[in-house]
Design a protein around this ligand. Structure first.
Ligand code: ADP
Length: 586
């Protein structure tokens, strides 16, 4: 893992949550457990009847084998039927809990502070939503019911054994330390062992993929021997990791098996001893022996699923951890912004603790003003842009609109004031209308069409097979990048923010579409306050004011003419750019 920014919940939280989840539907849970219990009880009848049979034979009583066989068959059928409904009930409960878990997780992810999502990147979140949800669903669907069933069956069978003959419980006790100690020993080492195995395997895959992808470079630089050594090392490490876990299993499995067999053998021995002393009946020994045998299956299943429960616990810790992200917004104040003046005062911000990238920036942007930010790469322009758009809250200082700090505005309100426009845009799966309504769910069709018209997109949208109802996004109609960008801009028109922060960082649009798009953009910008992070100096030239950002500070601030006259960094930048014949300046 390169960087883990999203937190992971601790054991206590996971346990509390699991408990709450288990007890959330007490009636369904009770039903499932009762059915499983009844199935287990009907499974107890057969050994008991066999015991009675043994006694009958022992005392030479008349036995009607057909009746006994029919009774045994009937109870087996009953057990099967009960089991069916029990499994159905627990599967229903599991699915229900799982659906809720998923919904809760999605709500949690959507509620994450923007700054955290920005910083964490999508990788970790995607892993959590896919792999962790998958392993948790396996746990909820299979591991939890299986262990519960195993536990219920085990306890009931043990109870039956107690009823048959308390003294026959003694042999069981021998198994307890064997199974307990060996399982503890195994579980303590297994987790790390399997983690190491997975990590070693990932290393190996990555190394091989790298070698294949970089085959030309490997050949050109004569790295063959080195790559081979690395692969050999990876294989060696993976091999030793696998050997380790295999070693664990080769000790644990036999120990546990021994733990299963000991009670059966001991019951036979102890039972025989007791019987010869006249302490127990032969029928009790027979039934007790069969019960001892019947204990093996639930116990075995229980132990098998413990591992899975741990995996599920780890997944749940990662899913719950998302909720541990501290909210960076305090949307409590009911204050209404008075006016649209955007003001940053003495703003500092750090991505990593102790390393500020903005060092006390103050800036006021008047409504309707066009401000361009220029400066060397890495100076902090994008960071300042994000702060001005309310995506990050400042570490110290304030960014406010009309006197109200951005972090105190509810997100929906905030987007009506300032929005960040980048060249990243996404077409969501759904209709064209759905894609626009994201920005303003209550907009009617005329408003949607007007927004499309404003960005010059009305023609092609109306030319689509079903107009606004055309499905776009993954699986739907593919729109061109320029069209996707127009949809994004139309969304902005609907959201109608007063101020736009424009990050031109990745100017990757198709030059043929560029002019067209610039017209659309100009229509969106018209009449709004615009803060443009300028990578082309003509944006600065056309702006009302230019802010030069250097080393996390605003070093120069004024109109293009003023700054050129001042003869500072901007003047130098302008001179070098303006004087270069290869510039794209038009
Ligand atoms: P500019 O937009 O002027 O190129 P940025 O605001 O992108 O500058 O970056 C300012 C500083 O913050 C740089 O040193 C950069 O490395 C750092 N930085 C930017 N984004 C992140 C991030 N997500 N995590 C950590 N550091 C970052």
């Amino acid at each position: 893992m390169a960087r883990e920014i999203l937190p992971v919940a601790d054991q206590k939280q996971v346990r509390a949550y699991a408990r709450r989840l288990t007890l959330k539907y007490p009636r369904q849970l009770a039903l499932a457990l009762t059915l499983h219990g009844l199935a287990a009880v009907s499974g107890l009848v057969v050994p008991w009847q066999l015991g009675a049979l043994v006694e009958d034979v022992q005392y030479g009583r008349q036995v009607n084998v057909a009746v006994v066989a029919a009774a045994i068959g009937a109870f087996l059928l009953l057990q099967g039927a009960l089991m069916r409904y029990a499994v159905l009930a627990s599967a229903r409960l599991g699915e229900r809990v799982l659906a809720e878990l998923r919904e809760e997780f999605v709500a949690r992810v959507l509620g994450l502070p923007l700054s955290t999502v920005e910083r964490a990147g999508s990788g970790d979140l995607i892993t959590r939503t896919s792999r962790d949800v998958d392993s948790l669903s396996r746990t909820v669907r299979l591991a939890v019911p299986e262990t519960l069933i195993a536990l219920v069956t085990f306890v009931i069978t043990l109870g039956a054994l107690l009823l048959v003959s308390p003294s026959l419980m003694l042999p069981m006790l021998i198994a307890v330390p064997v199974i307990y100690i060996s399982t503890r020993w195994y579980l303590k080492r297994a987790r790390d062992g399997y983690l190491r195995e997975n990590a070693a395997y990932a290393d190996m895959t990555e190394g091989l993929a790298e070698t294949v992808e970089g085959a030309r470079a490997v050949e050109a630089l004569g790295l063959q021997a080195r790559r081979r050594t690395r692969t050999d090392d990876d294989i060696r490490r993976s091999y030793s990791a696998e050997r380790y876990t295999l070693g664990l299993r080769t000790l644990w499995f036999p120990a546990v098996e021994l733990g299963y067999v000991i009670p059966v053998v001991a019951t036979l021995l102890v039972g025989g001893l007791f019987y010869t002393n006249g302490w127990v009946q032969l029928s009790q020994v027979a039934t007790g022996l069969l019960y001892a045998q019947q204990l093996i299956d639930p116990l075995d299943r229980f132990l098998m699923w413990i591992d899975e429960l741990q995996v599920g616990g780890a997944a749940m810790a990662r899913l719950l951890g998302v909720a541990n992200v501290p909210d960076d917004r305090t949307t409590s104040s009911a204050a209404q912004p008075s006016g649209e003046a955007l003001e940053a005062s003495d703003v500092r911000y750090a991505y990593r603790e102790g390393r500020d990238v903005l060092h006390g920036v103050s800036l006021t942007v008047q409504p309707g003003e066009r401000l361009a930010m220029v400066g060397p790469s890495g100076a902090g322009k994008s960071t300042l842009g994000r702060l001005l758009a309310g995506i990050h809250g400042p570490r110290t200082g304030h960014v406010s609109v009309g006197g109200v700090p951005l972090v105190e505005l509810p997100l929906d309100d905030l987007r009506g004031h300032v929005a960040l426009v980048t060249q990243e845009h996404h077409v969501f799966k759904g209709t064209v209308r759905d894609n626009l309504l994201i920005a303003r769910p209550d907009a009617d069709d005329p408003a949607v069409l007007k927004a499309l018209e404003a960005v010059d997109a009305l023609d092609w949208v109306q030319g689509l097979p079903s107009g606004l109802d055309t499905e776009v996004g993954s699986g739907g109609l593919a729109v061109s990048p320029a069209q996707a960008q127009q949809l994004a801009l139309a969304r902005l028109v609907l959201a109608d923010p007063h101020t736009l922060v424009l990050d031109e960082a990745t100017s990757l649009i198709d030059p043929r579409a560029a002019r067209h798009l610039e017209r659309s953009l100009a229509a969106v910008l018209d009449g709004r306050t615009v803060i443009a992070i300028a990578h082309r100096l003509y944006t600065a030239h056309d702006a009302d004011r230019v802010a030069v950002v250097e080393d996390g500070r605003i070093s120069e601030l004024g109109s293009h003419e003023e700054l050129v006259a001042e003869g500072g960094s901007y003047a130098a930048l302008w001179a070098s750019w303006h004087g270069t014949p290869t510039s794209t300046h038009s």
